[in-house]
Design a protein. Structure first.
Length: 372
């Protein structure tokens, strides 16, 4: 295996990337950025809007690109976090790169060596290894690498974390590895600097398991994690566009009484569930006077329409109560979001908007009812 030079945690010299064919003149840091293919252009605009020195150097897949910046890593990450991007779903710093051979026994050793040069985990602290293998053909999987590297750091006295909760709430050390064809990239960062607790949407999805009512169930779970929302499960939750009932089930499992609004049928198991009251009508037609502790809305409507419906029921939501809403963005994504925000801001603080791994042509917003 050919190995190029890597730098010790100071990543503001990325000349090692020359070894894998990337010109780095005048550039100080490099990243692998992940976005939804549908939002590729808007993600590109979003990142260049806050850092005009960003250069898209190499597509890795339809949802990952290698970018370089003239800004040093710390400055870039600080600004990015301040901007709170909507369409960039994940960022991995590139601190080392080189070539693999395609033989597990050799590659796992080389990748561990590359990681050893950049990882700086305090003894006894928690860490996670996140590996992605892009474009098949390798006789091993990302998991094989994660297990090997993870065991090595476990044997050094560190604590491997397999819990999304740890990664989200404790800001733990993340060792990131991406193998693209014969090229590997490695990075080391705090989980909060990566914008998302995991780099790999397929892995997030796979975790949801088979007991789901709908794929949407894990979309709500991802939204709660990404927005760091801890639901207390007290009181009544309104679920607009509830069928077949994935979100209603998640909320009922938290302990809420759920008012599930949808003209379509819920999953038969849920129609029998006493925790869920199915209101078989359109959201525009419901007459409610029950105070609400939480509103969720996955109706898949255009943002302006969603904004109006959300505002009409806002008076029922307790002061400071939360709402989680998906906004469908068929085109003009940024403008549509701005229009929706302008409407929603009459009644809510728009806390955050993110393109989640489970979102396709939509984004998910976290709202908080303004206190009167
Ligand atoms: C993406 S699905 C929701 C999936 C759901 N969150 C789950 O977890 O199973 C969108 C739902 O919104 C419903 N819907 C669309 N327009 C609606 C409206 N005006 N009022 C109520 N529900 C609506 C559709 O019938 C559809 O079942």
């Amino acid at each position: 295996m050919e190995k190029t030079e890597t730098k010790d945690s100071n990543i503001d010299d990325i000349s090692f990337l020359e070894g894998v064919g990337i010109e780095t003149n005048g550039k100080a840091s490099a990243y692998l950025v992940t976005f939804t293919p549908y939002f590729r252009n808007v993600a590109r605009r979003e990142i260049t809007d806050f850092d005009s020195s960003i250069k898209f150097e190499r597509p890795i897949s339809d949802s990952i690109a290698l970018v370089t910046s003239a800004k040093p890593n710390e400055e870039f990450i600080e600004e990015m976090k301040k901007e709170s991007p909507i369409f960039i779903k994940h960022i991995m710093p590139i601190m080392g790169a080189g070539e693999i051979e395609g033989i597990l026994d050799k590659d796992k050793v080389s990748l561990l060596e590359a990681v050893d040069q950049i990882a700086n985990i305090k003894t006894g602290s928690k860490f996670a290894v996140q590996c992605r293998v892009i474009s098949g053909g390798l006789p091993y999987s990302a998991k094989d690498i994660e297990v090997y590297v993870g065991e090595a750091y476990y044997n050094k006295g560190n604590i491997p974390s397999f819990s999304d909760r740890d990664i989200i709430n404790e800001d733990i050390d993340i060792i990131s590895i991406l193998v693209h064809g014969k090229t590997y990239y490695v990075g080391f960062s705090k989980s909060s600097d990566n914008l998302n607790f995991h780099s790999d949407e397929h892995r997030i999805r796979a975790r949801a398991g088979k007991r789901e009512i709908s794929r949407a169930e894990s979309k709500l779970i991802e939204a709660l994690s990404t927005f760091k929302v801890e639901l207390d499960g007290h009181g009544t939750a309104l679920d607009l566009g509830a069928a077949p009932g994935g979100w209603s089930k998640v909320l009922a499992d938290y302990g809420y009484k759920v008012l599930a609004v949808d003209p379509a049928a819920l999953h038969p198991d849920l129609e029998q569930d006493s925790r869920i009251i199915h209101m078989k009508s359109k959201a525009q037609d419901i007459q409610l006077d029950e105070p609400l502790d939480l509103i969720v809305n996955d109706m898949n409507m255009d943002p302006q329409e969603t904004g109006k419906i959300m505002n009409d029921i806002a008076h029922l939501l307790k002061d400071g109560g939360l709402a989680i809403v998906t906004l469908k963005l068929p085109d003009h994504a940024q403008r549509s979001i701005e229009e929706a925000v302008a409407i929603l801001e009459k009644e809510y603080e728009v806390v955050k908007i993110r393109s989640l791994f489970h979102n396709r042509q939509e984004v998910t917003a976290l709202l908080q009812r303004k206190t009167k």
